[in-house]
Design a binder for this molecule. Structure first.
Ligand code: C2E
Ligand code: CA
Ligand code: CA
Length: 644
């Protein structure tokens, strides 16, 4: 009599099916019962034709009504189990009651009315079995009771027609029970298959939304959550912040210790970040070493900054992966809704922009997207459009700034610096357009033609004058681009031994293995490699040593006023000593005054570049500069002589 209590899903399916069928079954019972009453109304006693049928109708209506009400709202699993057990238990007494009642009418009817009793029992039991086919014990007990009584009663009446009917009903009932059994098994299988399909689709859904390495939500889930939280924040009128985290120094760890250590590091980063989360905060891994946050906790700027600080501190704490602690860091960009961004896409873009600023100027810390960033973004948007449409050959040209050897006071090389004149925007500084070109991936189209122009100019110089050319991080990021650069150099006919390629420290930090390969390629060709803006990045000595640099260029920021600033003076002093130790040439950039120059000379610097000698100048001015150098002794000069 027990339903499959260990299978709540099957119980529920049974309940739903029964809730639709049992009201119909009670309806059949009541209608058939009153039909039988009408054929016995004149002869049978009142209790059989009125009171008992009324009582049975009442019971049927109550039970049928109950099922009817529940057809759309199945109750909790325990209540379902109880209802099914109750139905199983009620089936035999109800079946017995109806059977005995109909047989009690038998003696009061003529042969037609008696046939009606037989017909009533046979047809009703078939209807009942069908209606209860999803509840096997109830269907079986009903079939058993009714058929047993029916066969015994009618086959002993000595009437051939009744005996034949009894046998027919027995046969049909057995067949029906077999069919019912098969049907029930098919029903169980169907429910199980549905359960498996649902489980599978749940798993697929989880896989599609989860990052398998960290177990965190992935990019897709992040944007789904962001949309939802954004709608909530909008409806509630609360503040929401989107944060994007990019690890600093992850690539070197991956390269040095291998991918499995890199994977473990990412998993630990995920755990560490996850442990910082408070209510209404979400964390996801977007891919690579990039993670993202949604802070839907209506926090003010102070709270956001404090949280950002906790994130950066957590990432700057060493990780234990190998025998040695591994040190990385993380930069974080954050944008808020509704004060800065107006929708989810903007919030993400702005956070990404803030992160980009963090990476460039504020590594290892949080940058909030500000109104000032918004202005810059609009400005960059204009630059971006103009850059995409620019005629590179026409609009771009180069100027050249001399590098002077203090010992001889003569020019040893020129650094080529790009200039852009756009018909609409006018002159745009490389400080502005180079980062935009890098961000939109246009720098690789810019470098080869500029290098071609620089080499063509340098081909007209005396053979002892070198050329320096600036490469972007993106120029070193793939073999294909590096190959294009090599091709330009080879085709120019310029001696690669007279060419220095300048690469900034930040460029070398992107993907050290690839950068090393690219640099080795240039070195094999005979080019020199200068480390530009030295002192502003984070490169470790070992990293610098592994890259085959031939020169370093000390950044302008240490040179300005160094004769009055002990800190700058000391830094330049140690950088110069370092370059000597590593047997590298050292160029000091941005020398503007004689006092700076004198201070540098006292430190033993020999190669300098800066406005003190000359601003960057046109190719023609550069040629004139060289010609003039042969006729004048620069030791006499104390002021810059060339015009840009
Ligand atoms: P950089 O490579 O550090 O170039 C030196 C910058 O300092 C140049 O700015 C130069 O004009 C400026 N400068 C030189 N001497 C002085 C001085 O005494 N005082 C001051 N205040 N500034 C001085 P510029 O030409 O505006 O270039 C800016 C940056 O844009 C460059 O910095 C370089 O990183 C990038 N850049 C320029 N041309 C190219 C290029 O062709 N390709 C790439 N990838 N980057 C370039
Ligand atoms: Ca440079
Ligand atoms: Ca520089």
């Amino acid at each position: 009599m027990s339903p499959p209590l260990d299978n709540p899903r099957l119980l529920r399916a049974q309940y739903i099916a029964l809730a639709r069928q049992l009201p119909l079954m009670y309806f059949i019972l009541v209608v058939n019962t009153w039909a039988l009453v009408t054929t016995h109304l004149d002869n049978a006693p009142r209790w059989l034709t009125l009171y008992v049928p009324l009582a049975m109708t009442l019971i049927c209506s109550v039970r049928g009504g109950m099922w009817w009400r529940m057809r759309h709202h199945p109750p909790a699993p325990e209540l379902i189990a109880r209802a099914l057990v109750r139905t199983n238990l009620l089936a035999p007494p109800i079946a017995t009651a109806f059977t005995l009642w109909s047989l009690a009418l038998f003696p009061y009817g003529d042969i037609y009315a008696q046939s009606h009793v037989a017909f009533y029992m046979a047809i009703t039991v078939i209807g009942v079995i069908f209606s209860m086919m999803h509840l096997r014990p109830a269907a079986q007990s009903t079939a058993l009771i009714v058929n047993l009584v029916f066969v015994v009663f009618f086959s002993t009446k000595g009437n051939t027609a009744f005996t034949a009917t009894a046998l027919n009903v027995l046969l049909v009932s057995i067949t029906m029970l077999v069919i019912l059994n098969n049907h029930y098994r098919a029903f169980t299988r169907l429910v199980d298959a549905q359960a498996k399909a649902e489980q599978l689709s749940d798993e697929n859904l989880k896989l599609a939304n989860e990052d398998s390495l960290t177990g965190l939500p992935n990019r897709r889930q992040f944007f789904t959550t962001l949309d939802r939280e954004m709608a909530n924040a909008e409806a509630r009128g609360t503040r929401l912040a989107v944060g994007i985290i990019d690890l600093d120094g992850f690539k070197p760890v991956n390269d040095q210790f291998g991918h499995s250590v890199g994977d473990r590091l990412l998993a630990q980063v995920g755990q560490r970040l996850n442990s910082l989360l408070e209510e209404d905060m979400h964390l996801a891994r977007l891919g690579g070493d990039e993670f993202a946050l949604i802070l839907a906790n209506d926090a003010n700027d102070d709270a956001l900054v404090a949280f950002g600080q906790r994130v950066c501190d957590a990432l700057a704490t060493p990780f234990l992966l190998t025998d040695l602690p591994v040190q990385i860091g993380g930069s974080l960009g954050m944008a808020t809704f509704p004060d800065m961004a107006t929708n989810a896409i903007e919030a993400f873009e702005y956070a990404d922009y803030a992160l980009y600023h963090s990476k460039r100027t504020n590594r290892g810390a949080l940058s909030m997207f500000t109104a000032c960033h918004h202005q810059q973004l609009l400005h960059e948007g204009v630059t971006e459009q103009a850059l995409r449409r620019a005629d590179i050959e026409q609009e771009f040209h180069l100027v050249f700034q001399p590098v002077i050897d203090l010992r001889t006071q003569r020019t040893v090389s020129f650094e080529a610096l790009a200039r852009w004149h756009n018909p609409k925007l006018g002159d745009v500084s490389p400080y502005h357009f180079i980062p935009v070109a890098e961000r939109i991936g246009l720098i690789n189209r810019l470098t080869p033609p500029l290098l071609r122009k620089a080499l063509a100019t340098a081909n007209r110089w005396p053979e002892d004058i070198r050329l320096s050319f600036n490469l972007s991080a993106h120029d070193c990021a793939s073999d294909e681009v590096a190959g294009q650069i090599v091709e330009v150099i080879v085709q120019s006919g310029f001696d690669p031994g007279r060419l220095d390629l300048e690469i900034t420290e930040t460029a070398t930090m992107q993907d050290i293995v690839q950068v090393q390969r690219t640099i080795d390629g240039f070195r094999q060709l005979g080019c020199g490699i200068s480390l530009d803006d030295f002192g502003t990045g984070y490169s470790s000595l070992s990293q610098l040593h592994s890259l085959a640099f031939t020169k370093i260029k000390i950044d302008r920021s240490f040179v300005t006023g160094l004769h009055e600033k002990p800190a700058s003076y000391k830094i330049v002093k140690s950088l110069v000593a370092l370059s000597m130790d590593m047997q590298l040439d050292c160029i000091v950039e941005g020398v503007e005054t004689r006092s700076e120059l004198d201070a540098l000379a006292s430190l033993g610097c020999s190669l300098v570049q800066g406005y003190f000698y000359s601003k960057p100048m046109s190719p023609a001015s550069a040629e004139a500069w060289l010609a003039q150098e042969n006729t004048t002794d620069r030791r006499q000069c104390s002021l810059p002589t060339a015009k840009p």
